[in-house]
Design a protein around this ligand. Structure first.
Ligand code: PRT
Ligand code: ZN
Length: 283
């Protein structure tokens, strides 16, 4: 049984659950407790605050976790990054009151900076030879300058709207983050196999995303040109048709290229073009 720690509620919860669903793992979420298991895969989900996920994975309470890379870096615990998951993108930035003149990182010398990420901030300040005071605050960091708690903040930014509405401007983008799959690095053989299976399914999902299945009738004389237009996974599938001189051609295309390919195929005589959604591609 593989145990995975995920955020109970918050920004990463929905997409973490969706990720499991996408790879065919059904978590019984109806009577959600702190631990839920899957009906069709030997995995159980441990719901936690995101701050605690690196710790429960590092100490082996859970073998895997889904958490923001920012939390992993801040905690500095021994966990392995297995995969970047492509959601929860954000950055941690230094921001100062918008009317302040900014002349580079030296501005922060002698200043007080409020943050929930003291370790990442200290690393940055040390690397840049800046001496500043770090005020650790766990919530609503953006109000610190107006409240007189600090001169500047170091906080998570995604759209930048929160900074603007608090009269702040982003001056240094220090750390880039997204949700990551982490492991304790102490998996049993069984758990390793289950993780491999999950990664294989994630990869298949990625390959299938944005792909369309295309089939058409084509004059046999245009076959060579059509194969140039449609470089499929190996080569397109060609099937005979009852009508003399015609064949049926099947392939998979990237949806971004679809209309361009359709135009080229029509120009060489393709007819009856059908485009279908692709559910899975297993390579
Ligand atoms: O309860 P729990 O402790 O689990 O949740 P939490 O409140 O600590 O975290 P949560 O749910 O807010 O965020 C979880 C993770 O999502 C973070 O650790 C990041 O990895 C990621 N993430 C992505 C974000 C944002 N985007 C984000 N915009 N986390 C927080 N924010 C906040 C930020 O703190 C600021 O207040 O959103 C505001 C800024 O947003 P913009 O769009 O106005 O710039
Ligand atoms: Zn948190």
């Amino acid at each position: 049984m593989l145990r995975i720690a995920m955020q109970a509620k918050g920004r990463l919860n929905e997409e973490s659950m969706a990720l499991l669903k996408e790879i065919g793992i059904d978590i019984d979420d109806s009577k959600r407790k702190f631990l839920s298991s899957a009906a069709n895969f030997p995995i159980e989900v441990l719901y936690m605050r995101d701050d605690d996920i690196p710790q429960v994975v590092a100490n082996g309470t859970a073998s895997l976790g889904i958490v923001g890379y920012n939390e992993v870096a801040e905690k500095g615990l021994p966990v392995e990054i297995v995969k970047e998951l492509g959601f929860g993108a954000c950055r941690i930035s230094l921001a100062i009151p918008k009317n302040e003149e900014y002349n580079g990182p030296a501005w922060f010398n002698g200043k007080r900076i409020a943050t929930s990420y003291p370790k990442i901030l200290k690393d940055y300040l040390d690397k840049n030879g800046i001496k500043a005071d770090i005020e650790v605050i766990t919530g609503s960091v953006e109000i610190a300058p107006a409240a007189g708690i600090a001169d500047a903040i170091f906080d998570i930014v995604s759209s930048g709207g929160t900074l603007v509405s608090n009269g702040l401007k982003e001056v240094e983008k220090v750390f880039f983050s997204q949700a990551v799959l982490i492991s304790s690095g102490k998996l049993s053989e069984d758990e390793k196999n289950l993780l491999e299976e999950m990664l294989f399914r994630m990869e298949s999902e990625k390959v299938s995303r944005g792909k369309k299945y295309i089939l058409m009738n084509l004059p046999k004389a245009s076959l060579e040109k059509a194969i140039q237009i449609l470089p499929a996974m190996r080569s397109p599938t060609v099937m005979p048709l009852a009508a003399e001189g015609w064949c049926s051609l099947h392939s998979v295309v990237d949806s971004n290229d679809l209309w361009d390919k359709v135009r080229q195929l029509k120009a060489i005589g393709a007819e009856g073009i059908l485009v279908l959604n692709v559910d899975k591609i297993i390579l």
